[in-house]
Design a protein around this ligand. Sequence first.
Ligand code: CDP
Ligand code: CDP
Length: 222
Amino acid sequence: MRIAIDGPAGAGKSTVAKILAKKLGFTYLDTGAMYRAVTVLFLENNLSLADENGIKRLLENADIKIIPGDEGQKILLNERDVTDLIRTPQVSELVAKVSALPEVREYLTELQRKIIAKGNVVADGRDIGTVVMPEAEVKIFLTASAEERARRRHRELLARGYEVSYEEVFREVLKRDELDTTREISPLRKAEDAILVDTTGLKIEEVVAKLLEIIGRKQDVL
Ligand code: CDP
Ligand code: CDP
């Protein structure tokens, strides 16, 4: 069974996808982490978004591995652990621009499909139900009000020691939503056959229960 979870930043995708994968014994694939890892490479190499040859070279030499573990997955970039580095505000600020590049999307979509082909999976991102695995048995479009999503992100950043204001986070979340929904290739949108789940005001456990119910219903008819 393939489960696709798409939606905007702070909707709760990675939190609930991780829990679902654990409960179901499926592989969890965090595609956003892959776009973030490529963004780390852009920052470290000071690569311009317009440098087509440079981007080609960068991707040819990139080795991104996702290592599942009890404490969540680890992201290895050319054998270096970048699990924490991919979550810095600098990466969050640039990632939507890097993700709009056709070369980057082509490269990562192929990598994602290889992982998905191995078996049962819960994958989260922006284009999973529409592009990466349009044939997924279960498609969820997770969302919440922009204010709540920014509040969640803000709380998370403060807990990790970043001194950012709520307003800054709110602006960043809106900006990223705008870039993700308006880009030309694989924009963020709900697949026609995806089930919309609004998580505004819902606790993580409540969202998980809702999704398990949707998955259970689907399993019954398969
Ligand atoms: O967790 P958060 O919502 O902040 O984002 P993420 O899932 O880590 O993804 C970071 C960014 O990567 C998104 O804002 C998109 O620009 C891009 N992305 C994408 O274009 N396609 C995907 N399948 C996943 C992420
Ligand atoms: O992956 P995505 O950007 O969609 O969101 P996330 O990283 O899973 O969740 C963002 C933050 O919101 C995390 O700190 C979650 O613990 C929190 N969260 C929440 O408070 N209530 C929910 N229903 C879902 C997530």
